[in-house]
Ligand binder design. Structure first.
Ligand SMILES: [Zn+2]
Length: 217
């Protein structure tokens, strides 16, 4: 993990560092994607239409839970699903949304990621769903995302990308990274044949083990 993310003195700087890190990891490019973190008044989110690789603490936009800007700046047009995730999941402290290449490829096929690898359980279930398509920035998209996220911490978004939430920013970024890696692995396996899927019982065993790791962490 980038040291800057873990040691940043305030939330604005921490979020800006994570946005830049998402570019360095190949999850985002240009102004695509957005990241947010919960705050006392609502949440902080990256701005609309700016180069993710060049974002600074001052560029971050503060929103309340109604989506009203507190202070200045124009928030990412996709702030709605960030707000709705914070409202639905009290344990969600950070959200990473990316238009990363393999996740986009899977999302354009509108396919869920099945249990082809045990790491699929990192998102909290036996598969990772692909949310129905809706236009970016709309409440309809947020509703589709929330439906796909039921009992999960990550999902794909049809013809769009991926998103992941976590108990902190590094956890959300790590999960987004994992989902992107899984999409790449699954697509490669599909090029050669039909991947053998783990059974529900095998996945439930993995989910139990992950729960133990988390409670011992
Ligand atoms: Zn997007």
């Amino acid at each position: 993990m980038n040291k800057e993310i873990l040691c940043a003195p305030n939330l604005r700087a921490t979020l800006a560092a994570l946005a830049r890190e998402s570019v360095h990891r190949g999850l985002n490019q240009g102004s695509s994607g957005n990241v947010s973190v919960r705050s006392r008044s609502g949440f902080l989110i990256t701005p609309s239409g700016q180069d993710m690789a060049a974002l600074t603490a001052a560029d971050m936009v503060v929103l309340d839970m109604n989506g009203e800007v507190l202070g200045s700046g124009r928030p990412s047009s996709e702030w709605r699903f960030h707000r709705d995730i914070y409202a639905a999941y009290p344990e969600a402290e950070a959200v990473v949304h990316a238009h990363s290449p393999f996740a986009v490829a899977m999302a354009c096929l509108r396919r869920d990621i099945p249990s082809f690898h045990y790491m699929v359980a990192m998102a909290g279930g036996t598969d990772i769903r692909c949310a129905d398509y809706a236009t970016f920035g709309t409440q309809a998209l947020s509703d589709a995302v929330l439906a796909a996220l039921q009992d999960r911490r990550a999902c794909l978004m049809a013809n769009h990308g991926l998103l992941a939430w976590g108990a902190n920013l590094p956890a959300a970024l790590a999960l987004a990274n994992e989902v992107e890696a899984l999409c790449g692995q699954y697509l490669r396996a599909c090029q050669v044949g039909e991947p053998v899927l783990l059974s529900t019982a095998e996945m439930l065993e993995v989910l139990e083990k992950f729960k133990e790791y988390r409670s011992n962490a």
